[in-house]
Design a protein around this ligand. Structure first.
Ligand code: ATP
Ligand code: MG
Length: 419
């Protein structure tokens, strides 16, 4: 298929807006005689006049050839080998054009393709043409290239038209593409929410009837993608796109059932996501443990109360509630153990905010887990309009502490943003 090629004079992608590291990689590849394209989300975001999060490069140079060209290069990936070219503070992911998944079972062989029972691609490692590489990407708007040789934009999949129309359209048959990689369903929700686009009708319908396939996605990849959902700066809109086709159930089964029992529980989650978006806008770093502690906070509080009512000690009530719930989620979304322990800490530390006598409060503020626990306390106090005097007490104590030249105070923590 002939691609649509848009000349430099007819589009707005400028080298000025591409990171100098990515421009260096593109030029080096081109100067060595290879095809070198900026690819994926970077091109999409530049065309939309948004700031790309990262820049990916696609080329016909093989991973070994790329490695020889760049001293600062590391080859990564078991499933598909690609090059990470390291610059100060930036990694340019550079991959060789990929071939499509073959239709024909006989084409599957060791080290190339293998598919699981659900049609999911387990392993792939063969190279292809630029067209094949474009068409194996997830959505048309993610399949655009910017060619460093003549500064043109190359469109094999109709992505330019879909950018105009503001639609997320799957490349190829949505049922098949979602079966190959179910994570694409939550990516669709992320792009729709972040960009303010609609999900094209057949893709949306396909998500509705394929959502249970999410249970087959690799839990570690799900964890990566789930973090992107909530850290993208448009978490609230993304969440609405997850709720519409009911993608939450296959990801967070017990939690979403619990929300369904009483829709007022929804409010907490929405407020959490608004808070995440405010922090993100202020460019503040939030640990994933605080993110998950907040999202599941009201549910965990409910489980803790239930355990206490059943006679458990405060310590056991928290541990059983948090670990019990999150361990279950890990079958679908593998939240690392360290993060689960930190969430448990945040919840377990909440009762310490009720003890304001003596030296205890001072000592607590010096605990390295204090800040995340405090941010949770602050958020939950405001959300439930409770403990407001206690909140003043701890806020004052913190402010007093900030004046001390101890060097303990981190810069750019969410605590310093307006909430
Ligand atoms: P972001 O702005 O979040 O970085 P992105 O589109 O760049 O969005 P990445 O996860 O960085 O998303 O992936 C880079 C590119 O790789 C995508 O634009 C898309 O072309 C391709 N891609 C990523 N994940 C998949 C997938 N699951 N299936 C097919 N193609 C994918
Ligand atoms: Mg990207």
């Amino acid at each position: 298929m002939e691609p649509i090629i848009v000349k430099r004079s007819n589009h707005n992608v400028s080298r000025k807006n591409i990171s100098s590291a990515a421009v260096k990689v593109l030029y080096r590849l081109k100067d060595e005689g290879y095809t070198a394209y900026l690819a994926g989300g970077g091109v999409r975001d530049l065309l939309l006049q948004r700031n790309p999060k990262d820049f990916d490069v696609a080329t016909d140079a093989t991973p070994d050839q790329i490695k020889k060209m760049f001293r600062n290069c590391r080859l990564v990936g078991r499933r598909f080998r690609l090059a990470h070219i390291l610059f100060r503070g930036e990694v340019i992911e550079t991959s060789t054009f990929r071939a499509p998944v073959p239709e024909d079972e006989s084409a599957y062989c060791e080290n190339t393709y293998a598919t699981g029972d659900t049609g999911m691609v387990m392993r792939d490692n063969i190279f292809g043409t630029p067209e094949q590489d474009a068409l194996r990407r997830d959505f048309t708007i993610n399949a655009l290239f910017y060619n460093i040789a003549d500064f043109s934009v190359i469109d094999y999949a109709g992505g330019l038209e879909d950018l105009e129309k503001k639609v997320i359209r799957v490349i190829g048959d949505p049922d098949k593409r979602f079966a190959e990689d179910p994570v694409r369903m939550i990516r669709a929700a992320r792009f729709a929410g972040t960009l303010g686009f609609e999900i094209e009708r057949t893709a949306y319908d396909s998500i509705c009837h394929n959502k249970d396939l999410l249970a087959h996605a690799a839990p570690s990849r799900m964890y990566e993608e789930v973090q992107k959902l909530f850290f993208c700066g448009h978490a609230k809109e993304v969440f609405q796109w997850l709720e519409k086709p009911d993608l939450l159930h296959p990801m967070f089964h017990d939690f979403s059932h619990w929300i369904d029992e009483d829709r007022s529980r929804h409010t907490w989650v929405i407020h959490t996501l608004e808070q995440m978006d405010r922090w993100r806008k202020a460019e503040l770093r939030v640990h994933p443990a605080l993110l998950f502690a907040l999202i599941f906070g009201e549910y965990h509080e409910y489980l803790i109360e239930r355990n206490l009512a059943a006679g458990q000690s405060p310590h056991d009530a928290v541990r059983d509630a948090v670990h019990g719930h999150l361990k279950g989620i890990c079958d679908n979304v593998r939240i690392p153990k360290t993060v689960i322990y930190k969430i448990s800490d945040i919840m377990g530390n909440q009762e310490r905010f009720h003890k304001t006598k003596g030296r205890r409060p001072q000592r607590f503020t010096q605990n390295r887990n204090f800040l995340d626990a405090f941010l949770y306390f602050k958020f939950s106090s405001k959300a439930h309009n409770r403990n407001l005097e206690l909140l003043d007490f701890w806020s004052d104590l913190r402010k007093g502490k900030q004046k001390q030249p101890t060097g303990l105070q981190k810069k750019n923590t969410p605590d310093t943003a307006n909430q």
